[in-house]
Design a protein around this ligand. Sequence first.
Ligand code: GLY
Length: 402
Amino acid sequence: MKYKSLQLPVLALCLSLITSGVFAQNSFKPQKDVLATIKKNFADGDVQYKYMAKQFIDGQFPKTYHPDKDKFETSNSSWWCSGFYSGSLLKLYQETKDAALLTEANHNLKGLEKEQFNKGTHDLGFMMYCSFGTANRVEPKPEYNEILINSAKSLSTRFNPTVGCIRSWNSKPEDFLVIIDNMMNLELLFNATKLTGDSSFYKIAVTHANTTIKNHYRPDFSSYHVINYDAQTGAVKEKKTAQGFANESAWARGQSWGLYGFVVMYRETKDKKYLDQAKGIAHFLLSNPNLPADKIPYWDYNATNIPNALRDASAASIMASALLELCRYVDKKDGQEYFNVAQTIIKNLSTPQYKADLNTNGGFILKHSVGHFPAGTEIDVPLTYADYYFIEAMQRYKAFAK
Ligand code: GLY
């Protein structure tokens, strides 16, 4: 009798958890032609990245290629994008099993190792987790664990408990600049807690995300790019942009970073507040009248010259990858919408409009991203992270076929 009386409430609780997404693990049906396109993209990516490896001298890190000048541009290991090259090689290796890609990745990782002690940047998540985090899944090694833990320790030194955030860009000591991109560095911290059992990394990530919801987001779930806090009191001094069109605009890549970041927050904590945040951001993006029908965003959702504004393939790749995870956590109807949009992005990035011919484009897979429009740098060029998240999105899509 007692047992029976418990059945209804337990059933109701389970149903409500399922509909709220806590236990949801949706599955959607990938299209055969898209899976075939993805298979070809991985094979072509293999050719491209071996071509790219010949474009620069040993010890450097790919940054971009300027088609107008036929010029390949590199950086040193401290540039925020230094982890994407090895990360892309490793992801392509997972798909093609071409040992040449693994050899090149392992060689490049050697030059990146020293960044584990870099306390001068907040970008260690991008730099070290996309590279060594991926390497640790491909070929797990104790030395990778150590590098990842040291990287998380270095990143944690930039956390200010009064502000409740990790400092992004260095600035005058009284200022404390935090950019929305910083949400992407939190996955490294969650990983460090798993590797060490030390919850302090996890707590920093949660505090940073909560402060970001409070101060970076507008009521419509669009995000500011930069918040300047008072480093002593934590008060918000300014809300502005650096890479977007205007302080009040929605810079496209920043919106994608935020979406991806809050999907990770939900995955790692299972706190519904982060799921709601990710769904709110997805709604802002997918219902935006300035999102084109092909779902490849303009570089800023409020750029003045829409429909002639430049597109940003990187914002599209990041959004597709995030949506292909988020669709698993929500109800079937929203999930199907997210899946369909990601599928449309993958299809369109795979057309000659965005996907480079073999042995061109400096070896990058995708063309047409926008790095920093206001600064006049990396405009309408390939970018390492556009490729990285495109490959990841295709892996996530393919996973639905299993
Ligand atoms: N600041 C990183 C980016 O350009 O997305």
